[in-house]
Design a protein around this ligand. Structure first.
Ligand code: MN
Length: 365
């Protein structure tokens, strides 16, 4: 805020009261409070971010935090100071119309009481008492409007583990026939797609291929998957497929996407050859590695995330009758099935006999 400004002038300047559903109070004396209310908004603007607002001197002093409040003291997040907001904003949720400042959906992610331990131009120490976030945090200014936010308390869960940098995908072994004891397996369709592991934190998606190369930029239609997971931290495993006119996975179309070379080509192909990301495993969720869980339990966690969007789906799986799944694969023109041991943990980076890939067509000769 500039020295000459009255409180909330910048807030009012950026908005038109007739066009935004946000509270826009007329200039006048500020309400008096106890400087003890905080709110974190989840703001689905052009770029998803979270807005931390602390009541202070009759306004909500605000920071935009692109990755949300850090749950772990080891990782600090950028927080950009934004204009003070009116106190009434603490209760605001709504859709800011297209073309207006901050256009997009605004949700209350958390709200509650807070205590100030220190407040200066460069450093703000406080304790949050929310329902989703609690604990001591410090904001410290690095330059101009740029601040960092650091969690001073240990992670809420002492066993909390940060998201792994990379998990090399587990691979199946090829078999000519289904396993004998089918009751021990779950069955999925094989897709012959492009294996991809998704890392999501702070609403941002990072997509790695089988070799660990970052392929996020090639598939911009998958970016909103990050936003739908909000502040959840998750590693997902799955395959990218491109469907042909008969809605069957086409390796040829997929290969066109995988070899697009520049942004304009990617933009064009995104329109002509969209991909679908079929998710079949979850390897890490909100501070917990899931690799040692059995397939059935990981699947229950994955299915519980209810991931379904315009370009991503949770891939179906079936227990019991593998032969019926092979028949269904053949009828749908899919290359085969993968039988996965229900009790088998996820073993990154290698072929394992816990996963068996069986072709849906009998190989010739
Ligand atoms: Mn915002």
């Amino acid at each position: 805020m500039q020295e000459s400004d009255r409180p909330l002038d910048e807030y009012r300047r950026k908005r038109s009261a007739e066009r935004t559903p946000e509270p826009v109070p007329s200039p006048g004396p500020l309400p008096r409070g106890n400087d003890d209310t905080f709110v974190v908004h989840e703001h689905h603007a052009r770029r998803l971010h979270w807005d931390l607002r602390l009541e202070r001197g009759g306004v909500l002093v605000s920071w935009a935090v692109p990755k949300g409040l850090p749950p772990d003291p080891k990782i600090n997040h950028l927080a950009v100071r934004t204009e003070d907001h009116p106190i009434d904003y603490a209760g605001f949720e709504g859709e800011i119309p297209k073309g207006e400042y901050g256009a997009g959906r605004v949700l209350i992610w958390d709200r509650g009481r807070y205590e100030t331990e220190k407040w200066s131009d460069r450093e703000v120490k406080f304790v949050l008492h929310g329902s989703r976030v609690s604990g001591r945090y410090v904001l410290f200014r690095t330059r101009d409007k740029d601040w960092m936010i650091h969690r001073m308390d240990p992670p809420p869960d002492p066993d909390w583990r940060p998201l792994p940098e990379r998990v090399a995908p587990m691979l199946p072994v090829d078999r000519r026939a289904l396993p004998r004891d089918q009751a021990l397996y779950g069955f999925e369709f094989a897709w012959d797609g492009l294996r991809a592991v998704a890392h999501v934190a702070g609403g941002r998606l990072r997509l790695l291929d089988r070799e660990g190369a970052d392929i996020t930029e090639r598939y911009p239609e998958l970016r909103p998957l990050g936003g739908t997971l909000g502040t959840r931290q998750v590693v997902l495993d799955g395959e990218l497929v491109a469907l042909d006119a008969r809605r069957r996975p086409s390796p040829e179309l997929l290969s066109r996407r995988a070899h697009a070379e520049n942004p304009s080509q990617i933009r064009k192909l995104r329109r002509d050859v969209p991909v679908t990301y079929l998710l079949f495993d979850v390897l890490h969720l909100d501070g917990r590695p899931l690799l040692d869980l059995g397939y059935r339990d990981r699947r229950a966690v994955l299915d519980g995330l209810e991931l379904a969007g315009p370009h991503w789906q949770t891939a179906p799986w079936f227990d019991g009758d593998g032969a019926a799944v092979v028949t269904a694969a053949r009828e749908q023109g899919l290359p085969g099935v993968v039988a996965k041991r229900l009790d088998a943990p996820y073993r990154p980076g290698g072929r394992s006999t816990a996963w068996l890939r069986v072709a849906s067509r009998t190989p010739r000769g």
